[in-house]
Design a protein around this ligand. Structure first.
Ligand code: SF4
Ligand code: SF4
Length: 88
């Protein structure tokens, strides 16, 4: 998980706005196709330099800015690679 409750709390206490969305990324399910990276409107995703066990560069969260729009989930061809939780 790249964005936790603690991350949101830290963002608030540092004076910033908390992210509206929270991602759960399973790096072992990701095939590194980059579709979500291209599709994310605020560009909060990138491919990691490390490899997962299957030899792919998995997607990773840049750390802030997710709006919870769910577009990354909708374009991802790998079930379970991305889960989006959206805060009201
Ligand atoms: S939910 Fe939307 S803003 Fe958040 S990472 Fe996915 S595409 Fe980007
Ligand atoms: S999370 Fe899905 S869409 Fe994004 S790089 Fe991995 S496989 Fe591709």
């Amino acid at each position: 998980m790249a964005d936790t409750f603690d991350d949101r709390l830290k963002s608030v206490t540092q004076g910033g706005k908390p992210d509206r969305g929270q991602l759960e990324l399973d790096s072992e399910e990701c095939k590194g196709c980059g579709l979500c990276v291209e599709a994310c409107p605020p560009k909060t995703l990138r491919l990691a330099s490390r490899l997962n066990r299957y030899g792919y560069h998995p997607v990773t969260y840049r750390g802030s800015g997710c709006t919870g729009c769910g577009i990354c989930f909708m374009v991802c061809p790998e079930p379970g690679a991305i889960t989006v939780l959206c805060y009201a």
